[in-house]
Design a protein around this ligand. Structure first.
Ligand code: GH3
Ligand code: MG
Length: 459
């Protein structure tokens, strides 16, 4: 894995040392020698991770970190504070400024590379989500998610710890708005994870009866918990486990004895990242849904339907089974608008869509083709069967007046339907749509409120 690392330190020898270590592992290294330079470099270069010295003249590391984290363009870049101070209170100050981790000077190689790799891995994932979300924003369907304004006060934690005093102390350190569940036994923890959703999982690496690392790797391999942040508790000096943990995808760690403020700060950081990723994911999902569906009716839109139809037709040429298609057009829809207003017209379109959806099979796809024109695509379906379905839909529409909350109270609506099916090799979505449309035209001209099947084969 390669990544661009910004190293910030006011002492040139420290910069040189870290630079040499990182370059030896094929990282790209950028450097800055004070806080302002660091902020400028971050804005200009958008590095993948920042190693930030704490004690610098002028603007110190805490302030640089706080400024980076307050900038929505930069807040997702992980910051590791590199410090000679190793008091819990300094760590808490850093975490409160938004730092993602700490390394103490002199920096140990294993710890350095494990941290950089794990944070870069996390960033690669977030970047991918951010990129997709940016596309969603360009489509104008969602407002961008911000790491800075997510809620970190509510959530559920699973604490896997068999030392009950230690578990109790952790719970005491966390605000009562966070719901904590303690499991002393790893099988019970796994069973619970299958049933319930947690926002963070805290795992002790010193369980008596089970290897905590194995539990973490199991949690990572399960679909349901793949994305859930894991925080491990390691004994002081157990770098080996820490590094292995980070390599298998543990997100963060605490060293015993656990400092309550540090626990709180690290839990908050993980919650913030999780909420942010959730927000990004749901924005992407929403925009994908909006890209394929019609906003008024919730049915698929024309573009998506035609793409899907082409795929089905190609596939059908292998199986020899026909794809059938219905095109439906509401009869005399314009007068409904003209008499009762556009809003009533919209309600009619929505109710019409509901009746279609309720009367087709799961494999069939209903789409809004144009204003008051709709299409149903039916894979592996003989035209005779499709005509029967069309007739049922026609009767469902005409048979029961549409109830309206406004305007006339209820309206009788009818629909004309054209049916066609694929025939032979070389048939296309366009041709099939054209044949169904010809049948629809025929239905309109022979009295409306009827179904016409086009029996002609593709030319
Ligand atoms: P025909 O029986 O021949 O199909 O007659 P029609 O009145 O249904 O057909 P026409 O094509 O003359 O009119 C269709 C109308 O549908 C015109 C247009 O204003 C209206 N329309 C299209 N999209 C929407 C929409 O999203 N909402 C509403 N309320 N009306 C729409
Ligand atoms: Mg019409």
């Amino acid at each position: 894995m390669t990544a661009r690392v910004l190293v910030v330190d006011d002492i040139p020898a420290n910069v040189k040392l870290l630079e040499a270590k990182l370059q030896a592992e094929y990282f790209d290294v950028l450097t800055a020698s004070n806080g302002l330079e660091a902020l400028e470099a971050a804005e200009r270069e958008h590095p993948d991770i920042i190693l930030l010295d704490v004690m610098m003249p002028g603007m110190d590391g805490f302030e640089v970190c706080a400024r980076l984290k307050a900038n929505p363009e930069l807040s997702h870049i992980p910051v590791v504070m590199v410090t000679a101070l190793d008091q819990p209170s300094d760590r808490v100050r850093g975490l409160e400024a938004g730092a993602d981790d700490f390394l103490t000077k002199p920096v140990e190689d294993v710890a350095l590379f494990a941290r950089v790799r794990s944070l870069v891995r996390l960033k690669v994932m977030t970047d991918e989500l951010r990129m997709r979300e940016a596309t969603s924003q360009q489509m104008g369907v969602v407002a961008g998610a911000k790491l800075t304004d997510v809620d970190t006060d509510s959530g559920r934690l699973l604490i896997v710890e068999d030392r009950s005093r230690s578990a109790d102390r952790m719970v005491e350190a966390l605000p009562s708005t966070l719901e904590c569940v303690i499991e002393a036994e790893s099988q019970a923890a796994l069973a619970r994870l299958k049933e319930e959703e947690f926002d963070i999982i805290v795992v002790s690496m010193s369980l008596e009866a089970y290897d905590g690392m194995r539990l973490c790797s199991h949690i990572r391999s399960q679909e349901q918990t793949r994305q859930t942040p894991i925080l491990i508790i390691v004994e002081d000096g157990d770098t080996e486990r820490l590094v292995r943990g980070l390599d298998i995808g543990v997100n963060d760690y605490l060293v015993r004895p656990i400092d309550p403020n540090e626990l709180l700060a690290r839990v908050r950081t993980q919650l913030r990242r999780r909420r942010y990723a959730e927000r990004l994911r749901s924005n992407v999902k929403l925009s994908i849904e909006m890209a394929v569906t019609d906003a008024l009716t919730g049915l698929y839109n024309r573009r998506y339907m035609t793409g899907h139809l082409s795929t089905l037709i190609q596939r059908a040429q292998g199986t020899g089974k026909p794809v059938s298609l219905l095109i439906m057009d509401i009869d005399h829809f314009k007068p409904i608008n003209d008499t009762h207003g556009h809003q009533v017209g919209d309600v009619v379109l929505q109710e019409f869509s509901r009746r279609i959806s309720a009367n087709i099979r799961g494999v069939d796809m209903a789409a809004r083709y144009g204003g008051e024109e709709f299409v149903v695509v039916m894979p592996d379906t003989e035209p005779a069967f499709a005509s029967m379905v069309a007739e049922r839909l026609r009767a469902e529409v005409a048979g029961r007046p549409f109830r309206l909350e406004t305007g006339p109270g209820s309206l009788t609506v009818t629909v004309s339907i054209g049916v066609a099916a694929t025939s032979g090799v070389g048939d296309t979505a366009d041709r099939l749509l054209k044949r169904a449309d010809d049948a629809l035209y025929h239905a309109k001209h022979t009295g409306r409120n009827r179904v016409v099947l086009n029996r002609r084969a593709a030319a």
